[in-house]
Design a protein around this ligand. Structure first.
Ligand code: UDP
Length: 319
């Protein structure tokens, strides 16, 4: 499909950080968008500007209980789940429900409607990876009973379930594995590293490093990630899994320095206890996304951080 496509898209988790940006991108491409969210880790603010806009509707519902959408559906994008470690540590059962029952409800809807179905999976399926960078062919290193397992195993199960519905029921599935993404609409209190560091730097509080700060992440700006999701939806017949992320890798300590520099903050940096099973390093191999989707990220970390900082500064009413 190209720019002027029309169709009806259901976006679960559509009021969340990435979900709300995806709703906007699909509306801009001419889709009618049904945003489904239980508002458990968001409050509706991310989509409040879309309410009343033609083609957009918000359904407050918990997809782990039921997902009933009247009328035709061409696309189901399943993003609903707590996604920040702080959130899934706090909501372990909800997280497992979103990956299991929630995923099944989305697949059932896609099967009934003959819709293209996208599963927002995660780099967490690789756990604390032994292979570096991580290609999609790597099966991962996950502790099945640790505190992160509620998210990691939930998404791994969601991938297995999606593949089974693709194989047995012919659903047009695509699985994308999303690596760390940041940008406007991250919740100030959601506990992720970029939002924590920016809010701490802007408010003059110490930047909290978990462990020695030598663990790495590779950070993708939201608009790049969203164009990857749209490309994956467009590439009908492509099943994946496909990694989406920015391969520029840095340590958490380096990120803290960059945030301090970009904000001009004189906050100090403090070291706290390391999180259990925190992946030591993470970097996507995005060869497959290039080959199958013609996709690659474009926004540099410096630019993305500046955009994110200015959004938080306005929101925190600092500038
Ligand atoms: N982290 C940190 N300080 C914080 C928040 C996170 O040092 O205030 C670290 C965390 O331990 C991890 C990395 O930053 O190594 C990324 O954490 P995040 O919660 O953003 O996402 P994850 O990649 O773990 O899902």
């Amino acid at each position: 499909m190209t720019g002027g496509s029309t169709g009806r898209a259901v976006v679960t988790g559509g009021a969340g950080f990435l979900g709300s940006h995806l709703c906007e991108a699909l509306l801009a491409r001419g889709y009618e968008v049904v945003c489904v969210d239980n508002l458990s880790t968001s409050d509706g603010t991310n989509v409040s500007h879309l309410l009343g806009k033609e083609g957009f509707s918000l359904v407050r519902a918990d997809i782990t209980e039921r997902l009933t959408i009247d009328g035709p559906v061409d696309v189901v994008a399943h993003l609903a789940s707590p996604a920040s470690p702080a959130d899934y540590f706090r909501l372990p059962l909800q997280t497992l429900d979103a990956g299991s029952r929630g995923t099944e409800a989305c697949l059932r809807l896609a099967a009934e409607q003959g819709a293209r179905y996208l599963l927002a999976s995660t780099s967490e399926v690789y756990g604390d990876p032994i292979v570096h960078p991580q290609p999609e062919t790597y099966w991962g290193n996950v502790n099945p009973i640790g505190p992160r397992s509620v998210y990691d195993e939930s998404k791994r199960f969601a991938e297995a379930l999606s593949m089974a519905w693709a194989r047995e029921r012919g659903v047009d599935v695509v699985i994308v594995r999303i690596f760390n993404t940041y940008g406007p609409r991250l919740r100030a209190g959601d506990g992720r590293v970029v939002s924590n560091f920016i809010v701490q730097a802007l408010t003059g509080r110490p930047l909290t490093i978990y462990g020695d700060g030598r663990q790495t992440r590779s950070l993708c700006y939201q608009s790049d990630l969203i164009s990857g999701l749209v490309a994956a939806l467009d590439a009908r017949g492509v099943t994946g899994p496909v990694n989406l992320g920015n391969p520029t890798e840095l340590t958490v300590l380096e990120l803290a320095s960059q945030v301090l520099e970009a904000t001009g903050s004189s906050s100090e940096v403090v070291q706290l206890e390391a999180l259990q099973d925190d992946p030591a390093r993470r970097q996507p191999d995005i060869t497959r996304a290039g080959e199958l989707l013609g996709w690659a990220p474009e926004v540099t970390l410096t630019d993305g951080l500046l955009r994110t900082i200015s959004w938080f500064a306005k929101r925190l009413d600092l500038k």
